[in-house]
Design a protein around this ligand. Structure first.
Ligand SMILES: NC(=O)c1ccc[n+]([C@@H]2O[C@H](COP(=O)([O-])OP(=O)(O)OC[C@H]3O[C@@H](n4cnc5c(N)ncnc54)[C@H](O)[C@@H]3O)[C@@H](O)[C@H]2O)c1
Length: 296
């Protein structure tokens, strides 16, 4: 089995930058690619302040933090990934856009390279079919924020080989994660269960069952969740939640997954959650967040 040393991450948003940080902290050479140079600049700042914060809290040694920053490279050019052993895709949650990227990655990546997707819900088999190497395509679903959350959900496409699965499982475990394995059905395990709960919280708000504060307090104190579902939706991004509900709805063909009209309306209005400083809650009156505080 090929030893995984060099890792490429495509998409420098909240997930991609966290995955790149994690991999560099665990000793991998990492290229972080984003088509938007402003997103890359933001990712650079957020990774470096996150590492500084970990160091200041004694959760990471100064030396490991400094070495991690040295191992990270940033670019808008996908071709930099030609020698990566594994490429982890973390761009926006759109099947069309992801499939186009997989076509490109298949051309650029060396033959032995594994192409992984951090998709929250899109079937891996459909992404794999855009490539000439479906046996080397797999889902590697990190939780948000990747440096902190302990879980990686591995999703096997219809043709994913045992060798690819084993290599990705070993990689996830070396990055300090616990692995669960899901069959390739829309939403996999975690979002199949989490997103309908978030959607139902929107329905409760939409139909006037309760205020947003009471819905969140109810789920925090009543079921011991660390965050209420509406607060969590703001943290994940309402656009991401809506995309996942659409995938569940079309992929599983059941109207119980229809997105709540209020969730659709908030996304239409650009109320995407914390990243836009307004979602279900309004964060605009709060001081500009220290980016490192949203992610360790
Ligand atoms: N947000 C979460 O909590 C969460 C958790 C687990 C998985 N995910 C999944 O991770 C992926 C990324 O989510 P996110 O929240 O980080 O999104 P995000 O919007 O924060 O970041 C997406 C990034 O991808 C870049 N991008 C878009 N198209 C590109 C392309 N063709 N080539 C290169 N870069 C491109 C954008 O410029 C942006 O910087 C999605 O598939 C999402 O479903 C998200």
């Amino acid at each position: 089995m090929t030893e995984i040393k060099a890792i490429g991450v495509v998409g420098g948003g909240q997930m991609g930058s966290g995955i790149a940080q994690l991999a560099a902290t665990y000793g991998h050479q990492v290229w972080l690619i984003d088509s938007d140079s402003a997103a890359l600049a933001k990712a650079t700042d957020s990774i470096s302040s996150s590492i500084q914060r970990l160091v200041s809290r004694n959760l990471l040694s100064r030396e490991i933090g400094a070495n991690a920053l040295q191992r990270l490279k940033f670019s808008t050019d996908l071709k930099e990934l030609h020698s990566a052993d594994v490429i982890i895709e973390a761009i926006l949650e759109s099947e069309d856009v992801k499939r186009k990227l997989f076509v490109e990655l298949d051309k650029i990546a060396k033959r032995s390279s594994i192409l992984a997707s951090n998709t929250s819900s899109i079937p891996i088999t459909r992404l794999a079919s855009a490539t000439t190497r479906p046996e080397q395509v797999i889902g590697m679903h990190f939780m948000n924020p990747p440096p902190v959350m302990k879980l990686v959900e591995i999703v096997r496409g219809a043709d994913t080989s045992n060798e690819t699965f084993d290599a990705i499982k070993i990689l996830a475990e070396r990055l300090g994660k616990t692995v669960i394995c899901s069959q390739d059905y829309s939403g996999f395990i975690v979002n199949r269960i989490l997103m309908p709960m978030i959607n139902e919280a929107f329905f409760a708000l939409y139909t006037g069952v309760a205020t947003k504060e009471d819905i969140d307090t109810g789920m925090k104190l009543g079921t011991n969740h660390p965050m209420g579902p509406l607060e969590l939706a703001d943290f994940i991004g309402l656009d991401v939640c809506l995309s996942i509900m659409k995938v569940l709805h079309s992929g599983l063909g059941d109207n119980k997954y229809a997105p709540c009209p209020l969730l659709v309306q908030y996304v239409d209005a650009g109320r995407l959650g914390r990243k836009r400083r307004i979602g279900v809650y309004d964060y605009r009156k709060l001081p500009e967040p220290d980016k490192s505080k949203s992610r360790l």
